[in-house]
Design a protein around this ligand. Structure first.
Ligand code: FMN
Ligand code: EPS
Length: 392
């Protein structure tokens, strides 16, 4: 079983990721891990914080001489912004008056629900952990899950389908998704330049008006074999597990598997992916193939050998430069919602964080199915199963 947990506040000293259950012998490419962290920081519409941070993974345990050793991997990522908050948010008991109070809750953020739940006098205490700064820890751990999956030829990437009203109107190929993620400058992570330009206009418009914008990202798992997840028990279905892991990201409000949303308004003959039997299908481990993949690679809660496709729908960011109405925590007087600084569009970054969640979910299922205390053992078990499918 592969488990992931994290600790750390948005403006605290550092973030910590803990990932347990990785086999020994997985090559650890720290440049890759740091590139993943960099990718999560990109995208047109990020706020001032991303100019302060340069996220880098500092591995504290679980790796020796460039390979995992089967023990828990702990990773630290320093918050550069902490030095600006060290006095305002001390760990020791101090004078709460020195805290920079968040006096009125932002509609759409965790401020009010969190303050009521934990009995906090203001939203500062809430946002420190509710903040999507936490998604950095997920990306660090997800990078390790990706490194394990890479050993088996399974790759995971994302791209942006929609920002506000601008939407990609076609299916992206895997090669296009690889190419857009290989760029050293990320605009909005869309495979089509013309659509990406319209996405940029959407962000520019909200930037002018003090508003924010959401959108849709798509995560694709390439090279996964048929047989991950099962219909045998409700909490072991692959679609359910992926939906949970992606929905758990900040601001994701809906998850779609394949073309799940449009399927609901279409006829069965238009939705279901006809099955063909081909002698060879471009090196894929199954000879049952489909010409379309509306199912998003999952049928009956089990991967079917096609690319696994998961979309996340992001609500617009809730901190608005032109704030919504709110109420002061202390006096209950009507006022505007708090505003310090904020992102205005985070769809590409959320896609990268979702890749990490998908990678952790798939890695867990792979580890459960193929086992192995070492990468060698896991690869041998995996190869045996692929051979079984090939000769089915
Ligand atoms: C990468 C990323 C960056 C985010 N940046 C901000 C931000 O700058 N300001 C903000 O109000 N919300 C931001 N959010 C969204 C909030 O974290 C989120 O809306 C909040 O925690 C409430 O959770 P919920 O939207 O899931 O209900 C961001 C989300 C992601 C995924
Ligand atoms: C720090 C990150 O995102 C933050 C997520 C976030 C929120 O409310 O979710 C609010 C902002 O924090 P700050 O108020 O410090 O600018 C974002 O910058 C990050 O993505 O690394």
């Amino acid at each position: 079983m592969i488990r992931f947990s994290s600790a750390g506040e948005s403006h605290g000293e550092a973030l910590i990721s803990l990932i347990e259950g990785l086999p020994a012998g997985v090559p650890v490419d720290l440049e890759f891990v740091n590139r993943e962290l960099w990718r999560r920081q990109q995208g047109y519409g990020r706020g001032g914080r991303m100019k302060i941070e340069t996220d880098k993974a500092h591995v504290l345990s679980g790796v020796r001489h460039g390979k995992t050793i089967g023990s828990p991997v702990a990773i630290e990522i320093v918050n550069r912004d902490w030095k600006n908050w060290e006095e305002k948010l001390p760990v020791e008991a101090g004078d709460p008056a020195k805290h920079q109070v968040v006096a009125s809750p932002r509609p759409g953020h965790a401020d009010l629900a969190g303050a009521l739940k934990y009995n906090f006098p203001d939203a500062r205490y809430v946002l420190e952990r509710a903040s999507a700064r936490e998604s950095t820890s997920r990306v660090a751990a997800g990078a390790f899950a990706k490194l394990m999956l890479r050993e088996l030829g399974i790759e995971i990437l994302s791209h942006v389908i929609r920002v506000g009203h601008a939407e990609l109107q076609r299916t992206a190929t895997w090669d296009e998704i690889v190419a857009v993620n290989a760029k050293d400058e990320v605009l909005l992570g869309c495979v089509d330049p013309e659509t990406e330009a319209r996405m940029k206009e959407e962000v520019e418009q909200v930037s002018r008006t003090g508003d924010t914008v959401g959108g849709v990202f798509e995560v694709v798992v390439h090279g996964a074999p048929a047989g991950l997840g099962t219909y045998a028990q409700w909490d072991e279905r692959l679609d359910g597990l992926l939906a949970w892991s992606v929905m758990s990201l900040q601001a994701v409000k809906a998850v779609e598997i394949g073309r799940g949303v449009t399927a609901a308004e279409s006829f069965g003959s238009q939705v279901h992916d006809a099955i063909h039997y081909a002698q060879e299908s471009n090196g894929r481990p199954t000879r049952f193939i489909r010409e379309q993949n509306n199912a998003g690679g999952i049928e009956g809660g089990v991967s079917n050998g096609e690319d696994i496709v998961v979309r996340g729908y992001l609500k617009p960011i809730s901190t608005l430069r032109r704030p919504l109405e709110s109420v002061r925590f202390d006096t209950r007087e009507a006022t505007n919602a708090a505003y310090e600084r904020s992102d205005i569009c985070v769809v590409p970054a959320a896609g990268v964080a979702a890749e990490a969640m998908v990678a952790l979910t798939i890695a867990d299922l792979v580890q459960r199915k193929f086992g192995g205390d070492s990468a060698l053992e896991m690869k041998r078990n995996f190869a045996g199963y692929i051979e079984q499918i090939r000769s089915y």
